[in-house]
Design a protein around this ligand. Structure first.
Ligand SMILES: [Zn+2]
Length: 777
């Protein structure tokens, strides 16, 4: 059932089929089988011609048979290296999930850093065997492949393909570690070691040649392990990446570690300091994303996998959204209420399509204390079935309609896909509105009204552009009549993201065999089953905002949702500044904050002692505060403050006279500019495609496609299948196929569909609508 993937004609791998441990999700099963196969592949001997620096010779080697963690520990012991601890954990596929798995295990050291092991392939003649460059560095070290290549005099370093990793290490990228470099591989690769590892006092996590096993080692031990592989001809390349960055990229300033203790306030106030987010957004997006969230103090990991803590810096954004949205829905006559989180099994399972859509993710309470419950109780994945028995009870006559309730709550969906803070978590916060009407037109109208409020949350509050439209039959809400959606876009990955949905449930839930929600006509006592809607918007909003606006300095907050809109930092205080002058500057900062706050601007003075202005600039930049206002002795003399925009870095002095108006204007400008910038980006990435051959190249170009489409579900399945297969050949490219995102309501940007003439891009049948397809979250 499992075919061996041909990794190389020269290396034979004998596949092993995993037994037992079968999981519901196919993707998971395949992944775990593959990993097992890689570890358990027996040693194979093969002969390669290796093109060494300047010489061609024949080299015979043995592919390392994968070894268990205990074997590795034993091997380390022979080198007098003893790991401080070892851990087994859930499989990890990114630095974020690795860190999370370690913390969730509850037995990781109190503080530790991750080690990344990157494999690059230099440009090599086609006939030559490549010599991979293995870079072992701290997770936070910025490893620029261009700079490494320059230093080693190698051309065009590119991240190596999975096939190359398999060929050299019999491991995948998530299992590689410094320990993958060993007696049998060292002579065939160039080994680069981040010199700051050996000098650090940190404890480092390294995989024990498995993405499910971790050893904790000191930096000295890692260095000593690698150095012991050296021979008289072949040495480890130790590189100080902090100087490498400065030497090769004169425009960037050397990084100051974020954790560095602030020194006395004698550093010149304008000293540019760059606290890198660790990795660049465009180079390693998943790591960049979690680093931004951590450094901006928005979230923390939690000891239950797939769950995260929302810290005040992100929760306050949710509060802004709540406040605005509450006002709007109350205007529409919606009332807030609260239903319990538990749902009886019998009720949950009443609507068949609905439960089929959710059942794999439902979490159940089966025990109370040590005794089993007679009937397990579900934790709501959404509340339709919890609420509607009571709608049936409460709705008796026309006078009870419309019924419009909303609740702010959390729901639980026990997903097995890779979790990502805010985007896919096992518990998340949202609001869910549930309304009932006498007629379909009333329900239809509300669906669109709510969707437009969601659009406004994204576009007006978060400065994130979205496209409103309708979901296809395949993608609509389970058990509903139709689903409207706003679709967002993450430019860095080229993926679409469902940003909020408003469903018309029709009469599917009110029918007599379902929840039997009806009113009687007073004239002829005939029954009218109610028309229902449900609609939800979650904390995913925050994740999308971070991904769209964040940059390599960290978070960038749109002013409307920033809990601090303007941070005021005293500057120009040196060792020679008198106490009196210092006080005067601090007072001016406090005074300015007071003035702005009175005008409704969320301002705060940062008067922390013992921190340099440079440190403070960075701190607030990472946290994304829209405007920084600096006040130094010169500013004070001129009665002005220097305003610095977070989104563009543009500086402009503002007179203290009329300061509330000018700051207010500046904040509004930033809000508008951020939206405009993101909107232009989104628009430029929607590619109109009328020939199938252009679909996959557009997707690979990080775009989404708009195509005339036939509205047929089988065609949609086919599009997913064909676009996925084609992408699989790409090195490291996300191989997911394209899903339909939505049929946009606004067709004005597209050429008209001519009935009988315009054909579906995918199947050639008559097209019905322009439809957006893309890889998605
Ligand atoms: Zn078609």
């Amino acid at each position: 059932m499992l075919r061996a993937r041909h990794v190389s004609s020269k290396v034979a791998l004998i596949p092993r089929v995993a037994s037992g441990n079968s999981r519901r999700h196919g993707a998971h099963l395949i992944q775990s089988i593959r990993v097992r196969r890689l570890f358990e592949s027996p040693a194979t001997t093969t002969t390669h011609k290796i093109l060494g620096p300047g010489l061609l010779h024949t080299h015979s080697y043995t592919t390392m048979a994968a070894t268990s963690t205990d074997d590795i520990v034993e091997k380390l012991a022979t080198l007098s290296i003893k790991p401080t601890s070892k851990l087994s954990h859930t499989e990890t596929t990114s630095p974020g999930s690795w860190k999370e798995a370690l913390i969730a295990s509850g037995s990781a050291p109190k503080s530790f850093e991750l080690i990344k092991t990157l494999v690059y392939k230099p440009k090599t003649a086609k006939t030559a065997i490549p010599i991979p460059v293995v870079v072992i560095a701290r997770e936070e070290t910025e490893t620029n492949s261009g700079a490494i290549g320059k230093k080693l005099n190698l051309k065009e370093l590119r991240l190596a393909s999975e096939d190359l990793l398999t060929e050299f290490f019999s491991l995948n990228k998530d299992s590689l570690s410094p320990l993958s470099v060993n007696d049998s591989t060292f002579s065939r690769i160039v080994t680069v070691l981040d010199s700051s590892i050996a000098t650090s006092s940190a404890t480092f996590a390294v995989h024990a040649n498995s993405s499910k096993e971790t050893l904790f080692l000191s930096g000295k031990d890692i260095e000593s392990y690698i150095k012991k592989l050296e021979t008289s001809d072949l040495k480890v390349q130790e590189i100080d990446f902090s100087t490498l960055a400065t030497a090769t990229a004169p425009t960037t300033v050397a990084a100051t570690p974020a954790a560095a203790a602030p020194t006395a306030a004698s550093i010149p106030s304008q000293a540019p300091v760059q606290i890198a987010i660790g990795v660049k957004k465009e180079e390693d997006f998943p790591t960049w994303y979690t680093n931004v969230l951590l450094k901006a103090d928005m979230m923390d990991y939690y000891n239950v996998s797939g769950c995260y803590i929302l810290k005040p810096w992100s929760y306050s954004i949710w509060e802004e959204i709540q406040a605005w949205f509450n006002t709007q829905i109350k205007e529409l006559g919606v009332q807030n209420s609260y239903f319990p989180m538990f749902v009886a099994a019998s009720v949950l399972e009443r609507e068949k399509n609905h439960v089929e859509g959710f059942s794999p993710e439902v979490a159940w309470v089966t025990k109370a204390g040590s005794s089993d419950l007679e009937e397990p109780i579900a934790i709501r994945p959404t509340s339709e079935t919890a609420m509607y028995p009571y709608y049936a009870k409460w709705i008796r006559s026309h006078r009870d309609l419309p019924l419009k309730l909303n609740q702010w709550n959390s729901v639980v969906r026990w997903e097995f896909k890779h979790p990502q803070p805010f985007l896919r978590t096992r518990e998340f916060l949202w609001q869910e509105g549930h309304t009932a009407f006498l007629t379909k037109p009333e329900a239809d109208a509300e669906v669109r009204q709510i969707l437009d409020l969601y659009r406004q949350v994204y576009e007006d509050l978060l400065a994130v552009p979205v496209i409103p439209g309708i979901k296809t039959e395949k993608e609509k809400f389970a058990g509903g009549l139709y689903t409207t959606t706003i679709e967002g876009f993450i430019p860095t990955t080229g993926r679409g993201i469902q940003a909020g949905t408003s469903h018309c449930l029709g009469q599917n839930f009110s029918r007599p065999e379902m929840f039997n929600i009806f009113v009687e006509d007073p004239n002829d006592s005939s029954k009218s089953y109610v028309w229902q809607n449900s609609w939800g918007l979650s904390t995913r909003t925050i994740g999308v905002m971070v991904m769209v606006h964040g940059d390599n300095q960290g978070l960038v907050l749109p002013p409307r949702v920033a809990s601090i809109q303007a941070i005021i930092v005293p500057c120009g205080i040196t060792a020679r500044t008198t106490e009196e002058q210092r006080q005067k500057i601090n007072d001016a900062c406090e005074e300015l904050a007071k003035t702005l706050k009175k005008a409704g601007i969320r301002a705060k003075p940062d008067l922390r002692e013992g921190y340099t202005p440079g440190y403070k600039f960075n701190d607030w930049e990472q946290k994304g505060v829209p405007v920084r206002l600096e006040i130094g002795p010169n500013d004070l003399a001129k009665q002005q403050t220097l305003a610095v925009r977070r989104d563009t870095g543009v500086k402009s002095p503002l007179p203290l006279e009329n300061i509330t108006e000018s700051v207010d204007t500046l904040l509004k400008t930033i809000q508008a500019d951020m939206f405009k910038c993101a909107k232009e980006e989104y628009d430029s990435r929607i590619i109109e495609v009328t020939k199938w051959d252009d679909v996959v190249p557009a997707l690979d170009n990080k775009c989404i496609v708009a195509m005339p489409w036939c509205d047929v579900e089988a065609c949609e399945d086919d599009i997913k299948e064909r676009s996925g297969r084609a992408a699989d050949q790409d090195e490291r490219a996300p191989s997911a196929g394209a899903k339909s995102l939505c049929i946009p309501f606004d067709h004005s940007r597209f050429p008209a569909i001519e009935p009988g003439k315009t054909k579906c891009t995918a199947c050639g049948k008559d097209a019905k609508h322009w439809t957006l397809f893309g890889r998605s979250y």
